[in-house]
Ligand binder design. Structure first.
Ligand code: PLP
Length: 393
């Protein structure tokens, strides 16, 4: 049996979700904007999904805007604020140094279009220091975007404090909560944010569906032009089956997965302790006391992370070096570099991300597989590591 410890890349779809998607595809084929019974049946299904997502994040259903996933939500937040007439006169966007590419590359694109983009650094724990943010934000700031939980090291940011700093300067605040929703309780009111992004496939839902929550009254500019769907904020006929699946995943997350958080954390800790005890030259990256319960980033001295991913795959264990979106690029992780880790530790890092279905037996099997795979790589002296640590031209 293969063991899947890559839940931050994507999650298995729960059977309840797959069944709901299939049923909606067959039975709710109407266009939710049509006024006849077929359309209204689809609209009712969408409304139920909207209610379920709203309940998961403590929002009002009218503030939930369906999107085609996390990347689209992040784009809409940044580009939407950049296009707001009310923000004319403010030309700066501030993001954290460890944002996902969906925010990072969007900010860079806006930078090329004339925006001043600044990155607030994180310390070695991967946490934004409020004073550093305060120093960057001012009368020119339109938007601050800081992710709730990081996808590589799992660190949770002090979002309410950061949002307060943005608001004091008259700026808006967005958080990418793609890696926190479904893992820890998320409440838009408590966080005090203006916009929040989530993605279905990170918590048991289908891929290609997500939400941007937009605080009531915020006139974000839509990215697309078209019909009046989603109250004009996201034109285009909604992906009804996918969104029905998202709704079911949201309910499952609230009823089953969030209460399982402590169990998942215990399993993650069992994995970490086992690795640190059994394998020499290992170290945990990030903030052990301020993480989502399922994530662990560990560096294995003298081993190339990608070689270890392959070695573990051959042992039947799926993990990753970091963001699935950057794998294969051979670019060292910008997240681990932002933590100030030396190149050797960046290149030897592996991300383990557990899920509700992970068992103790899985963890014990992974520990055995790891000991074998690391032992083999160290014995042969990882040649790729030697190549990659050569100074870059
Ligand atoms: N933001 C974060 C923090 C992520 O981890 C991801 C996916 O890895 C995304 C955004 C992008 O989400 P999606 O895959 O739904 O476009």
């Amino acid at each position: 049996m293969r063991i899947y410890l890559d839940h931050n890349a994507t999650t298995p779809v729960a059977s309840e979700v797959a069944d709901a998607v299939a049923t909606a595809m067959r039975e709710q084929f109407g266009n939710p904007s049509s006024i006849h019974a077929f359309g209204q049946s689809a609209k009712t299904a969408l409304d139920q999904a909207r209610d379920a997502v709203a309940a998961l994040i403590g929002a009002s259903p009218a503030e939930v805007v369906f999107t085609g996933g996390g990347t689209e939500g992040d784009n809409l937040a940044l580009r939407g604020v950049a296009g707001m007439p009310a923000m004319a006169g403010r030309r700066q966007i501030v993001i954290s140094a460890i944002e996902h590419e969906a925010v990072r590359h969007t900010a860079q694109a806006l930078g090329k279009a004339g925006w001043q983009v600044d990155e607030v650094p994180v310390g070695s724990r991967g946490v934004v220091e409020p004073d550093n943010l305060r120093r960057l934000v001012g009368a020119n700031t339109a938007l601050v975007s800081v992710m709730h939980a990081n996808n590589e090291v799992g660190t949770i940011q002090p979002i309410a404090v950061a949002a307060g700093i943005a608001h004091d300067a008259g700026a808006l605040f967005h958080t990418d909560a793609v890696q926190s929703v479904g893992k820890i309780p998320v409440d838009v009111g408590t966080l005090g944010v203006d916009m929040l992004t989530l993605s279905g496939h990170k918590f048991g839902g289908p891929k290609g569906v997500g939400v941007i929550w937009i605080r009531r009254g915020l006139a974000l500019s839509p990215m697309l032009t078209g019909g009046r769907q989603e109250r004009g904020r996201r034109p285009g006929t909604e992906n009804v089956p996918g969104l029905v699946g998202l709704g079911v995943a949201a309910s499952l997350a609230r009823e089953q997965h969030l209460p399982a958080g402590d169990r998942i954390a215990r399993m993650r800790d069992r994995l970490e302790h086992g690795i640190l005890e059994r394998i020499s030259g290992t170290v945990v990256n990030g903030a052990p006391d301020a993480r989502v319960p399922n994530t662990s980033s560990i560096s294995f001295e003298g081993v190339e992370g990608e070689s270890l991913v392959i070695g573990l795959d051959l042992e039947g264990v799926a993990v990753s070096t970091g963001s699935a979106c950057s794998s294969g690029t051979l670019e060292p992780s910008h997240v681990l570099r932002a933590l100030g880790l030396p190149p050797s530790r960046v290149q030897s890092a592996i991300r383990f991300s557990l899920g509700p279905s992970t068992t103790e037996a899985d963890i014990d099997q992974v520990l055995d597989a790891l000991s074998r795979a690391v032992g083999r790589l160290r014995l042969r002296g990882d040649s790729r590591l030697r190549l990659r640590t050569a100074p870059r031209a």
